[in-house]
Design a protein around this ligand. Structure first.
Ligand SMILES: Cc1cc2nc3c(=O)[nH]c(=O)nc-3n(C[C@H](O)[C@H](O)[C@H](O)COP(=O)(O)O)c2cc1C
Length: 130
């Protein structure tokens, strides 16, 4: 199918960094994001004996998740989904930046999450500009 995914495949096959961001909906990454992730099925054809294929070069990766169910209701499932996808994208150890109390503290006011995101941005920028 020739659609916007061609650009996503090209990026996955050439990028050296990837960030995945989603709110937790119904204990899951959002349906829209799962739709895009499911389009990576084309790479599974290349996998052998149930071994997860690896797309593109080894990358640095970040997973940014928000959840509002008092501490992240079902967030562990979203984290598991993100981990599998990061592995597929050839990310060994993704950094997780989470804000799991958006029902009481909005993500932008979550000092720890915002601090971690700023730290990662600085690190990646320094690497890119080096
Ligand atoms: C359809 C829907 C389903 C949701 N499901 C969950 C859930 O399963 N667990 C959870 O912790 N939060 C859930 N939330 C809360 C979202 O994660 C929350 O809206 C998101 O973190 C963004 O925060 P904000 O709405 O304050 O901007 C859900 C929100 C919506 C709209």
């Amino acid at each position: 199918m020739d659609d916007g995914m061609q650009e996503v495949y090209r990026a996955a096959e050439s990028a050296s960094r990837v960030a995945l961001a989603s709110p937790v909906y119904f204990g899951s990454l959002t349906g829209g994001l799962l739709d895009i992730m499911s389009r990576f099925q084309r790479y599974f054809k290349e996998g052998r004996n149930g071994v997860l294929p690896r797309v593109g070069p080894q990358k640095s990766g970040a997973v940014i998740l928000t959840a509002g169910g008092s501490g992240g209701c079902g967030a562990e499932n979203a984290e598991r989904q993100a981990r599998i996808f990061m592995k597929l994208l050839n990310v060994a150890e993704p950094v997780f930046i989470t804000s799991y109390q958006t029902d009481t503290v909005s993500a932008i006011e979550d000092r720890e999450a915002v601090g971690k995101a700023a730290e990662l941005r600085e690190k990646w920028l320094a690497e890119i500009l080096r």
